[in-house]
Design a protein around this ligand. Structure first.
Ligand code: AMP
Length: 400
């Protein structure tokens, strides 16, 4: 993968006595300021440990949620407290992310100190990628490390606006790129991608690129109905993008030309309305009544898709194959999660919904790699340049 061979890694740089600004992704679910899931904090620990062992002063910066202005419910304070427990040292917290107060705390930091500054999204300048705001952030340290894979596809001040002579790839970022990059470079075959979710329009580029690499493509979820309709099936009131029918036909033609088999649902669990308690039943493909909607793949489809999973050596999964938030339409998605967990294949899962589904199925620890970046993983697979990686220092330009 070009990114990895080109970009500076932690092991290339001497961090002793240096102040290091680390862009982490602590955009985690909070409930009234209480951490609901600390996965992303724990995943940042290897990079923080590396820097501490190397004698650095560590200044952590993250965004949380989408606040408009200061919002105590999205403060990073609970994360600083939690991180203190995980690291076994007192992590300092700054009540702002720029300005004299933060600068004063930073100026007193010594080797081995960790500081978490306040949510950068409290400033509109963060998402605007405002150069003056980025300059103030950059002023806090001498070296920049980006370990926020989940935010790397966004050109914001803290991900791309900060210009340091030395900007380094964090360990989590490296792991993400390694796994996802290997899918495109040299996947073990057969390589199967399972793409679901609500709409085809969000994932056109991904499907187009995957058709060039995969051996088999499994399509489920809401987007499956656009493909089924394009093939002339009766899909009742199921979610469909009528302006994408030609595109769906096009993708199927391209796949056929490349020798890639596309698998679509052969039966459905349908409901009368979008409601967790709506009456539901199972029908074969092409038999969804006009006033019913397809909300999940049926049992026969679970078996057909399951067999595709069984013969795969590499599996990439993004997007649920049904409305998994409602118990009676979650069976398909959870069954696939379990089936993937049972194989010896390399399995890579991206996107918040699939991550939630593997957790709900209780099989997270049987998945090879759960990506922390839904959008970022899709853009990487789409072949797009990720702005947060493009700005990291090339090895060729670095002399220690
Ligand atoms: P995405 O963000 O595009 O991956 O879409 C995820 C959403 O797709 C989830 O909230 C699912 O409830 C929804 N979804 C999956 N299958 C269907 C379906 N058959 N009808 C409506 N929504 C669906």
């Amino acid at each position: 993968m070009q990114y990895l061979t080109q970009k500076l890694r932690l092991s290339d740089v001497d961090f002793a006595d240096r102040s290091v600004l680390v862009r982490v992704d602590f955009n985690i679910p909070l409930n009234n300021g209480v951490i609901v899931d600390d996965t992303r904090i724990r995943l940042a620990l290897p990079t923080i440990h590396h820097l501490l062992v190397s004698g650095a002063k560590v200044i952590l910066v993250t965004h949380v949620g989408r606040p408009s202005g200061f919002d105590v419910a999205l403060s990073t304070l609970p994360m600083a407290e939690h991180l203190s427990k995980l690291l076994g040292l007192r992590v300092k917290h700054a009540v702002d992310c720029i300005g004299s107060e933060v600068e004063a705390i930073v100026s007193e930091m010594v080797t081995g100190d960790v500081l978490l500054i306040e949510n950068v999204r409290f400033y509109q300048e963060e998402t605007d990628n405002d150069p003056e705001f980025a300059r103030q952030l950059a002023g806090l340290a001498d070296i920049y490390v980006n370990d926020a894979f989940g935010a790397v596809h966004r050109a914001h001040a803290s991900t791309t606006g900060i210009h340091y002579p030395v900007a380094v790839t964090g360990q989590l970022m490296e792991r993400e790129i390694n796994y996802l990059g290997s899918l495109l470079a040299a996947p073990k075959r057969p390589f199967v991608a399972i793409i679901g979710g609500a709409k085809i329009s969000d994932k056109i580029g991904v499907i187009e690129n995957l058709i060039n690499t995969v051996d088999e493509l499994v399509i489920g979820g809401g987007m499956g109905y656009t493909f089924l309709k394009a093939m002339g099936n009766q899909i009742g009131g199921s979610i469909v993008e009528l302006d994408k029918l030609d595109l769906a036909t096009d993708l199927m033609t391209k796949a056929e030309a490349k020798g890639v088999t596309i698998h679509l649902p052969v039966d459905h669990v349908i409901g009368q309305e979008f409601d967790p308690d709506t009456p539901a039943k199972i029908v074969p493909r092409n038999q969804i009544p006009i006033d019913w909607e397809g909300f999940d793949i049926g049992p026969e489809t679970v078996e057909v898709f399951g067999q595709v999973i069984d013969r795969a050596e590499t599996i990439f999964w993004n997007g649920p194959v049904g409305v998994y938030e409602f118990d009676q339409f979650a069976v398909g998605t959870l069954s696939l999660a379990k089936r993937i967990a049972e194989t010896d294949a390399i399995s890579i899962i991206g996107g918040g919904d699939c991550v939630a589904a593997v957790q709900k199925a209780g099989v997270s620890d049987q998945i090879s790699h759960i990506s922390t970046g839904g959008g970022a993983s899709l853009e990487l697979i789409e072949g797009k340049e990720l702005p947060g990686i493009a700005t990291l220092t090339d090895k060729a330009d670095y002399s220690s």
